[in-house]
Design a protein around this ligand. Structure first.
Ligand SMILES: [Zn+2]
Length: 426
């Protein structure tokens, strides 16, 4: 029997272990915000990976956004040396999950197994991927006790809120230095037959329009900030949205709709703050003197961040010139530049070959509409040989009744283990 048949069997033999591991991870409710139970999940992973011969480090990202004694940003990096010099393959998973939201028919932190699917918040995004990578590494180690190079597995905080207390922090501390790590696989839920090369960029900003407070019965004595914001939104509808829709990228972004530039209006607030539900009174009569929106602009590799900013600024300046008493403030909140790994990069080639071997069909190459931690590995770590590859259906992420298919985890664990075999046994 060949080594690779042994390796595939070592993974199918671990099916029950894979299920239990995924359930255990789901049952630790690592909600972000606020960033709950990061220490607990790191300690769980620490026990597990030490048991498999890894050396581990628990690292708190002190001073990063959200880090506090109540909600410390803990991360784990585990490394297993092969005994001979060679490349290091790193699997990076975020341990945080987003809020539960409404509409669940299953316990979001129960990890129930029903008809080959494990349910729970984070099942597909991305505790299933983390579990698959651990099983892949353990099966590889059992089948290939000596190898060249090293395997690393990290569990990191805060991906869902930007990754600053997780991968960005580790990258700043040198954990993704190309001298230490040569291949990075992020098991985000991009489907087991796809290699994700990168992601679009993002620009988040708050726009505020100003007015003047007055009695609501005499609005002409004041100036309504909400009407000014209405003018901003009209400009967006008439000019910005058609312009964005006309731009198309060569990045293989899925779903198709995200191959154009997009912008979400994340929120709008104007006038008096909303009162608590138990308030039974009526609103006071006031002209609002402030209105704020948060925009979430996603841009393409072909677009330049200065142009993205400039386009919005030009519309606002146009209103300032043409509209009576219009004034505004534009505050940038965050920027993420697009990231794309070359299709010829070694980790891309190796994973694509293993997908074809395991699933019997060619790999699909995609890019993600939203950003993920690859941005920090690319920009801060300066490590370009990085992809996202993992089990799970992207569209289930952040939805009610999120689940991960056990067979999908098994298949992608075979792909990951095959990649370890190709890179570390050569
Ligand atoms: Zn994710």
């Amino acid at each position: 029997m060949t080594k690779n048949t042994n390796l595939a069997r070592a993974i199918t033999d671990r099916r029950d272990d894979l299920i239990a591991l995924t359930q255990d991870l789901i049952r630790i409710p690592t909600l972000n915000p606020p960033g709950r139970d990061y220490r607990a999940i790191c300690e769980y992973l620490d026990r597990r990976l030490r048991g498999s011969g890894f050396e581990t480090e628990l690292i708190r990202a002190r001073g990063t956004p959200g880090d506090s004694d109540k909600y410390p940003r803990w991360n784990i990096v585990a490394r297993r040396e092969g005994g001979q010099p060679g490349d290091c393959v790193h699997f990076n998973s975020h341990t945080d999950v987003v809020e539960v939201g409404h509409g669940w028919t299953k316990d979001p932190f129960g990890g129930e197994l029903i008809d080959g699917k494990i349910y729970g918040r984070g099942a597909c995004d991305m505790k299933g991927g983390l579990a698959a990578s651990i099983i892949a590494a353990e099966a590889f180690l059992a089948t290939h006790p000596t190898f060249s190079g090293a395997i690393e597995i990290s569990g990191t905080a805060d991906e869902e809120s930007g990754g600053y207390g997780g991968v960005a922090y580790l990258a700043e501390k040198g954990y993704f230095d190309p001298a230490r790590v040569q291949h990075v696989i992020i098991p985000e839920p991009l489907n087991k037959d796809r290699v994700c090369l990168g992601h679009r960029g993002g620009w988040w900003a708050e726009i505020e329009t100003f007015g003047e407070i007055a009695h609501g019965s005499m609005p002409f004595l004041g100036d309504c900030a909400v009407r000014h914001m209405g003018a901003v939104l009209t400009e967006f509808e008439d000019k910005l949205y058609p312009a964005m829709a006309a731009r198309h990228t060569d990045m293989p972004v899925v779903p198709e709709g995200a191959r154009s530039s997009t912008m979400n209006i994340n929120s709008i607030h104007g006038g008096q703050p909303e009162q608590d539900d138990d308030y039974t009174g009526l609103p006071a009569h006031c002209v609002p003197d402030s209105c704020r929106i948060v925009i979430d602009r996603r841009f393409l590799a072909e677009e330049n961040i200065d142009d993205v900013r400039g386009e919005v600024k030009a519309l606002l300046e146009g209103l300032k010139a043409s509209r009576d008493r219009f004034d505004y403030d534009l505050r940038e909140m965050n920027v993420v530049l697009p990231s794309m790994t070359d299709r010829d990069a070694p980790v891309v080639q190796v994973i694509a070959a293993e997908i074809e071997k395991t699933l019997g069909k060619p790999a699909e190459f995609v890019a993600s509409p939203g950003t993920y931690d690859q941005k920090h590995i690319d920009r801060i770590g300066k490590l370009k040989n990085c992809i996202a590859y993992g089990p799970g259906i992207l569209e289930l992420a952040h939805k009610p009744d999120e689940y991960i298919g056990v067979d999908d985890m098994i298949d992608s664990a075979k792909v990951m283990a095959g990649a370890l075999s190709t890179i570390l046994m050569s």
